[in-house]
Write a protein that binds this ligand. Sequence first.
Ligand code: PEP
Ligand code: MG
Length: 561
Amino acid sequence: MASSLTGVGVSPGVGYGPAVAVIDAVPEPPDLPATGSAEQESEAAAAALEAVATDLEARAVKAGGEAQEVLEAQAMMARDPSLATQIAGKCEAGSTAARATYEALGAYADMLAASGSDYLAGRVADLHDIRARTVARLLGVPEPGIPDLSEPSVLVARDLAPADTALLNKDLVTAFVTAEGGPTSHTSILARNYGIPAVVGCPGATDVEPGTLLLVDGANGTVELNPAEVHVSAALAKDAKRRAALAGSGTGPGRTADGHAVALLANIGGPEDVDAAVAAGAEGVGLFRTELSFLDRADAPSETEQVAIYSAVMAGFEGKKVVVRTLDAGADKPLPFMPFGEEPNPAMGVRGLRICMQAPEILATQLAALRTSAASTGAELWVMAPMVADMAEAAWFRSQCHRAGLAGPIGVMVEIPAAALRAKQLGTVADFFSIGSNDLTQYTFAADRQVGAVARLQEAWQPALLDLIALTAEGAAANDTPCGVCGEAAADPLLACVLVGLGVTSLSMSPGAIAGVRSALAAHSLDQCQAAAEAAREAVSAAAAREAARTYLSEMDALGL
Ligand code: PEP
Ligand code: MG
């Protein structure tokens, strides 16, 4: 076994302890003819699924908070009528209850995994968990899960199911390491939520012998096996410093050491994220990804349904800014009710605002719901369009917002190089910009966000990307237009300082990242940020840009960031 493993760091921090393996293997039921009638077999399967759903609901109540919603959603999946129909069909064809359940849930999981959507692929672990629990009941073997922990330990698993993570003894789990999963899988979401360091997508994780001592770095994505003691104490001491700095960063508004204000806002996906954003001291919402509430919808949500969701979000931010992005469907986030044709390259096709231009009634319903929600909650509504390419699109969006009677600022996301290059002109038809650095990187480097093989090019530190951000900020300043960043770049404390130095006026990120960015800004002056930005732009590579910036942002080491 290698002395270290590498995966994707999804929840920062350092964790140390013996590896404890999570049991996820339930034997595959043999494909033998059923002994009972088709009716008896499908009834047995239905009863087992119902028992699993009931158990998940009981765990949901016990867990509370965000975990409760996750587990309730999983219970709903177990009760999906189309799943029962699939199982009944297999029992009709002669399968046992266990085999029919195993195959039907496997096919469902494969379909989501192949959907090309990060979000739907993230639900695959939920389905595997339902399958293992149901099959275990039908076969009369122990259900999978986390063994009882007796000391601080690192959990190692193929993937962790929400049902496991929700109820675990968080005081005894120092880190998670999973072989599968990505940044949007539930393991990652819950790990960040609990503040537990986590590395996912880590090949070799399941081969680690239980009891092996592991040192996990949830920022770098590294896992050291049986590390030297001196190395462990240095890593833990550095992390303790980082945690202390974050705890002492307060919850006040973002500003540099010399008082230059930079609003720190939250990226959210729905009402379930509001509490975390408020607790982190977010000055408002900088990106509400509205499409995330509707990914599993076959029909377009009604205006009333949308009002319920938007109002629940806005109610948490009375008197504060809530930047709502209108539906950003297509590519990795297909919405079943939106008109999509087959395209050879969906990331470059009809997606984002382009879809709404083809189906303006969907946008009109959303804008009407937003207007009603803002009026009833007192939040300051800012609306923006995703994936705007040129002035004609920005002007079209603006006219639709005016037609819907929206009175607040109407902005555009800068995610396409063409928009960044023409920011000065675009600023005449937009009240604000929000730079989507994830897509702007993808399109600048012709490097698909979902393809690991081109990950080197998806780095927001690339000097070419920094040039485009600088150009956007300059174009914004020429029109006195606020210019934020809401892509992942804003969540990196070092890069956040560089963005401010480039002229960005607000930063929006997942709530868990706010404290780190607040501390980094508070420790450096605007001059330092500007010098770091200049040096980063002059560098010849992403790595060199990061290194150059760090020399000007001298307090980062002291902060442990
Ligand atoms: C972005 O592209 O940077 C962005 C914030 O939008 P999303 O990640 O939802 O595409
Ligand atoms: Mg985007």
